[in-house]
Design a protein around this ligand. Structure first.
Ligand code: XBP
Ligand code: MG
Length: 274
């Protein structure tokens, strides 16, 4: 257990007025693009499999999907696609429930793709999660994706027990507003019983960063092919990935704290809180 009044090497880390300097109480992880690179070869493939199973001649290629990722939420993304690329479908009777049933088929395909071991965790993710757990720092999930998808990803990469490692899992429709709305981060902080200033978020996209910043969370961004060119102003640090001691990250924006390694660990996260 990390003693609130001492850092792990025993030096006091309280500031003059006694507030905890730089201690991170919880890390809130985004999922898609952050824990794993799930969009291009996971969700996109599952959407296309659902369209085919439903007899639709729709095909979201890599480039089009990159544009559609501007809209978070699978059901919202299908609706956006219809409005902007296939407006004739707007005439479909009970459009919303038809989209919901199409999305259910997509989720079925995505979950089975993950179960086949489809998508690995990104560099440093498992290491950081295990480190935070042993440092007794809480970990949470705050994602737009469907909870079933989170469960499938954690099971297929970290094993069944890993579901119990997370103090809070906030996903999908549990909140009314999806990223860039801050709803899911507010929800997760409430469940954690912590204030934003005690925590830090890890994200991959501009939508995600806008959501975490709006919730008052310092945020580390790990980019990927779909998000590299996006606007990450306000992020505490922008890096290629979380890195490993043997495979340092590339620092893209911001300054890694003094004395830290070139990988994201509990020490670096606390130092970022400064
Ligand atoms: C990413 C999303 C999700 C996924 C698809 O979520 O926006 O909508 O693209 O999953 P995050 P669903 O980056 O917040 O993890 O089809 O289940 O929505
Ligand atoms: Mg994401």
């Amino acid at each position: 257990m990390v003693n609130e009044n001492r850092t792990q090497n025993g030096t006091p880390n309280a500031t003059q007025n006694g507030t905890q300097k730089g201690s991170v109480r919880a890390v809130l992880f985004d999922v898609d693009g952050t824990l794993a690179d799930t969009e291009r070869d996971g969700h996109r493939v599952a959407f296309n499999a659902a369209f085919e199973e439903s007899g639709l001649d729709w095909n979201w290629d890599v480039e089009l999907y990159g544009d559609l990722l501007e809209i978070t939420g699978g059901k919202e993304r299908i609706h956006h696609y219809i409005r902007n690329y296939n407006p004739a479908e707007l005439e479909r009777k009970e459009l919303d429930s038809w989209i919901a049933s199409l999305h259910k088929i997509k989720t079925k395909h995505y979950v089975s793709l993950l179960a086949r071991g489809g998508i690995p965790l990104r560099p440093g993710v498992e290491r950081l999660i295990r480190e935070l757990r042993s440092a007794k720092i809480k970990i949470a999930i705050a994602t737009t994706t469907t909870e079933e998808n989170v469960t499938a990803l954690l099971k297929s990469t970290l094993g069944e027990d890993s579901l119990g490692w997370f103090d809070v899992i906030g996903a999908g429709d549990i909140v009314p507003g999806k990223k860039p709305e801050p709803d899911i981060y507010h929800w997760a902080l409430r469940q954690l019983g912590l204030a934003a200033h005690e925590c830090i978020a890890v994200e991959d996209s501009e939508n995600g960063l806008r959501a975490s910043l709006a919730a008052g969370l310092d945020t580390v961004v790990t980019v990927n092919d779909y998000t590299r060119q996006q606007n990450f102003s306000g992020a505490s640090l922008v890096v290629s990935d979380l890195g490993e001691p043997t495979r340092p990250f590339s620092l893209l924006e911001g300054a890694a704290p003094e004395g830290g390694g070139e990988w994201v660990d509990a020490k670096l996260l606390s130092a970022l809180k400064g």
